[in-house]
Design a protein around this ligand. Structure first.
Ligand code: ATP
Ligand code: MG
Ligand code: MG
Ligand code: MG
Length: 508
């Protein structure tokens, strides 16, 4: 059975592309930089395997094959499906990850029945294919799997129970929040889904099971979406659809996505995606750097250090950075490049907290290239020289921002009127105008033995986030962030322009 991440990639593609009844067309991963949809930041990047295939689901383009399979490079680091804040805090979320997928296109016209004796498949075959891959090809014990089904989707329940033989207590009904998949954007195909989860009870400490319950016990590994609707307004082949309304798709489709790193953690029997072979290599290299000149003394072993959240953040972010830079998505204050900048800055801050003062990311990028998909390695290796130069420049520039913020802070502390406690407004201003995160200010104050009104600053931050959200809503309505900023800026005094500024140049 496949074990390493690379073996899993090959097993997945092999299983679907060489399947006797449903031979899937193997597709290369599309770029991370998706064509994008105005007003929706989350769609600037490919966040799922279905994204590049959307037109085949909608029927606006004719699929050349009834089935396809891909290993799609994905990024969830901005917009509404962002996992940026999860990284390092959960064992299962990354910004950059790979999604294994198989797809069936209902619109396929069957031009070559010889090559594809069966037409497009739907619920029954999709569930059977997934179950067979997991239990036979990968060899996972069926009694550690659980499936969720949308309330009311009796067809899918019947497939799991009567066709595949999953016991009733391993089939759970969930509501639309969990088991109805949609991009949430008009024109997006959507539909009910069924998800396959892995039982972590054996490896989760009792107290976590008690305190965190179901989420700690079950690891979501595979999402099977039955595309049956389109969210209006957009023609769905059956006349116009009103905004916000669902209309049936002319031909239902199947779209599945499984996190490669999560599957690997299951197969390799480890508690975190970061302990699977490819990511672990990057974590260990990061730990070595930290031991070389960071704060952690030689008493901390590389193993312990490699498992620390900050090291995991750096490992995750360096993967995302090499991918972004390899597609020439350079750090900038707007658009996709803003995500590159934000990720780079977070990596630098994590490094600083570990005692890495000098630029260090360029030293990790070659490790990332070596610890990537075999099919992607040459492309990443070719990108290394430019990516290293750019990331080092970005680290230097951000170090200056940080140093300036620290000087401002120290000047503030020396002012005659300083009360002895750093106030909420001052902390917020450091964040808003200098880009100094509140956590960093907290650390600096701790170092200096000065109390700080962190709660007050968080409240101001929450207030400004609300303002930002309203700005984004306004931007959607007005057709772009620029016009929304112009509108907000014209709102006169007290409209909070400095805060709006942080939407454009700031980061959190
Ligand atoms: P979760 O609930 O764990 O956040 P999700 O429901 O948001 O996952 P889907 O949109 O259903 O995820 O994506 C399909 C699969 O992709 C998931 O079942 C999971 O295996 C994987 N996946 C999703 N987000 C991430 C991520 N941030 N990092 C790694 N794998 C992910
Ligand atoms: Mg999620
Ligand atoms: Mg989920
Ligand atoms: Mg899901």
């Amino acid at each position: 059975a496949p074990r390493s991440v690379e073996e899993l990639r090959q097993a997945f593609t092999g299983f679907f592309s060489r399947h006797a009844s449903f031979p899937h067309q193997a597709l290369d991963s599309a770029p991370l930089a998706a064509p994008g949809i105005a007003g929706d930041d989350s769609l600037l990047f490919t966040a799922a395997g279905m994204a590049p295939l959307k037109d085949y689901f909608l029927g606006s383009k004719s699929p050349p094959w009834p089935y396809a399979t891909s290993i799609q490079r994905c990024l969830r680091a901005g917009g509404k499906n962002s996992d940026l804040d999860n990284v390092g805090h959960t064992p299962r979320h990354h910004t950059f990850f790979e999604m294994l997928g198989n797809f069936s296109f209902g619109r396929f016209a069957g031009a070559s029945p010889g090559a594809w004796p069966h037409g497009p498949y739907f619920k029954r075959e999709a569930c059977q294919l997934a179950w067979t891959f997991l239990t036979e090809e990968v060899g996972l014990p069926a009694d550690r799997l659980m499936v969720t089904v949308l309330h009311g989707d009796e067809d899918t329940r019947a497939v799991w129970r009567d066709v595949i033989g999953v016991p009733d207590d391993r089939i759970r009904f969930r509501d639309r929040d969990d088991n109805f998949w949609s991009t949430g954007v008009s024109g997006g195909p959507c539909g009910p889904c069924t998800e396959i989860h892995w039982d972590l009870a054996e490896m989760t400490p009792q107290h976590l099971l008690a305190s965190e319950g179901e989420d700690a016990r079950w690891l979501e590994i595979w999402n099977l979406v039955f595309m049956q609707y389109v969210l209006g307004p957009e023609p769905a082949g059956r006349g116009p659809v009103r905004p916000g309304e669902f209309a049936p798709l002319a031909a239902p489709c199947v779209d599945t996505g499984m996190g490669l790193e999560r599957l690997a953690s299951v197969v390799q029997g480890v508690a975190s995606n970061f302990d699977t072979d490819e990511l672990r290599a990057i974590c260990l290299a990061t730990a070595d750097l930290v031991r070389g000149d960071g704060l952690a003394g030689s008493s901390t072993s590389s193993d312990d250090l490699a498992a620390s959240p900050l090291v995991r953040v750096i490992a995750d972010h360096s993967r995302a950075l090499l991918q972004l830079l390899s597609e020439s998505i350079l750090p900038s204050n707007i658009g996709r490049g803003y995500i590159t900048r934000r990720i780079a800055r977070r990596a630098v801050l994590a490094g600083r907290q570990l005692g890495l003062q000098r630029p260090f990311l360029a030293e990790l990028l070659p490790v990332v290239a070596r610890s990537s998909a075999a099919a992607d390695r040459a492309r990443l290796a070719a990108a290394l020289p430019a990516a290293s130069a750019i990331i080092t420049m970005e680290e230097r520039a951000f170090a200056e921002v940080l140093d300036r913020a620290v000087r401002t802070l120290d000047a503030h502390l020396r002012q005659p009127g300083f009360t002895g406690t750093l106030g909420a407004e001052a902390i917020f201003r450091l964040y808003d105008t200098h880009g100094l995160p509140i956590d960093t200010t907290a650390d600096l104050c701790r170092e200096r033995g000065i109390p700080a009104d962190l709660d007050g600053a968080q409240a101001l931050l929450a207030e400004s986030r609300l303002a930002n959200r309203q700005l984004h809503l306004a931007a959607d309505a007005a057709g772009g962030v620029d016009s929304a900023v112009a509108t907000a800026a014209g709102a006169g005094p007290g409209s909070g322009l400095p805060r709006l500024g942080s939407v454009l140049k700031g980061w959190a």
